[in-house]
Design a protein around this ligand. Structure first.
Ligand code: NDP
Length: 330
């Protein structure tokens, strides 16, 4: 089977030559193991950080070694109790066609309940991030005005809709094109949205949320975070989820320059890592699953075809080529 290796550590933006698609033997499963034919691979922004040789909450990819990440697929061989050929599973050995792993590191998923790829998006890690990040980390409450950046992406599109479904007073989003802005308002029910490339974020945010905001869900960092600090009301809360505007920077970022405003406004700015919120998983599944069945929650996917196009899909994700979750169909 084919698998992707990290060929070089990127300097700034990743380029195709940083990745190599190599042929590797498919190992037979040992006791307690399964072999999975991957159907969908996830590409996610956090993978950019793993391409650097720095200590973080996930280990860096080894130079010259295989890359990994979320994947869903079908069991093709099993030496593990409770796993049969044909079972659909979610696991962490993506970026490849076939994966052999301990069954303890795989969870069975139900392809009848939702399309398989949804377990990488709305019903998976990004969905949990949106749900826990808004409800638990930002302590969202009914009547809050919520602003989310990266709002047309996997996490952001769900944050805005969950806020609406939970009784937000006003939901505002930003994204990187006029088409995405239209999707936010017309498909996802945001009250207002703007294209951050069309003008200064602070000015556009003031127009979209004239009475200020109570919650900012930050996927972007930099100018967005600075503008949000300016727009936050007293006792506002910020979920620091991601800072994608800075992931390819080669020098330290300049802002937010107004961080000291957090004092007088008694703001709460809290970083999050989705893995800390596993206790919410059942509630997340029940509530988000219910909204999917009732049709109240919409989700988009951008599907790139072919394992050989995984690196391109990942680079595209960093550049905004996706609406909703970016996945690769193997
Ligand atoms: P998305 O589906 O949102 O894809 C990334 C998007 O980022 C692109 O589509 C692009 O959309 C936008 N983007 C790229 N560059 C910029 C920029 N300079 N300024 C503003 N937007 C930009 O990815 P995810 O939903 O998977 O992830 C969203 C964020 O959440 C990321 O920052 C990620 O690291 C973070 N995250 C954090 C987790 C945690 O546990 N803390 C868990 C999961 C995700 P556009 O066209 O709008 O520019």
């Amino acid at each position: 089977g084919r698998e992707w290796h990290l060929a070089a550590r990127p300097q700034g933006w990743p380029v195709p030559a940083d990745f190599a698609l190599v042929e590797a033997p498919v190992r037979r499963p040992g006791p307690g193991e399964i072999t999975v034919r991957n159907a969908y691979l996830s590409v996610d922004p956090y993978m950019r950080g793993r391409m650097n040789d720095v200590k973080s909450y996930v280990a860096p990819y080894a130079l010259g070694g295989p890359m990994d990440g979320g994947a869903v697929g079908y069991v093709v061989a099993s030496e593990a109790e409770g796993f049969a050929v044909g079972d659909a599973v979610l696991h962490g050995l993506g970026w490849r066609e076939y994966a052999t792993l301990g069954a303890a590191h795989a969870v069975k998923v139900d392809p009848e309940l939702a399309p398989l790829s949804a377990y990488l998006g709305v019903l998976g890690m990004p969905g949990m991030t949106a749900y826990a990040g808004l409800l638990e980390v930002a302590s969202f409450k009914e009547g809050d005005t919520v602003f989310v950046s990266g709002a047309a992406g996997a996490v952001g599109s769900l944050v805005g809709q969950i806020a609406r479904l939970k009784g937000a007073k006003r939901v505002v989003g930003s994204a990187g094109s006029a088409a995405k802005v239209a999707t936010l308002v017309e498909q996802y029910g945001f009250d207002a949205a703007f294209d951050y490339k069309a003008g200064p974020v602070a000015e556009q945010l003031a127009e979209a949320a004239p009475e200020g905001i109570d919650v900012y869900f930050d996927n972007v960092g930099g100018e967005h975070l600075e503008a949000a600090i300016g727009a936050l009301n007293v006792h506002g809360r910020v979920t620091l989820c991601g800072a994608i505007a800075q992931y390819n920077d080669t020098s330290a970022p300049a802002g937010p320059r107004n961080l000291a405003l957090a004092i007088g406004k008694r703001l709460r700015l809290q970083g999050m890592i989705v893995g800390d919120h596993a206790a919410l998983r059942e509630q997340f599944f029940a509530e988000v699953g219910g909204w999917l069945r009732s049709g109240e929650l919409r989700f988009d996917e951008t599907v790139v075809e072919g394992v050989e196009n995984t690196a391109e899909a990942f680079i595209g994700l960093l550049r905004g080529a996706n609406t909703g979750k970016m996945v690769v169909k193997v």
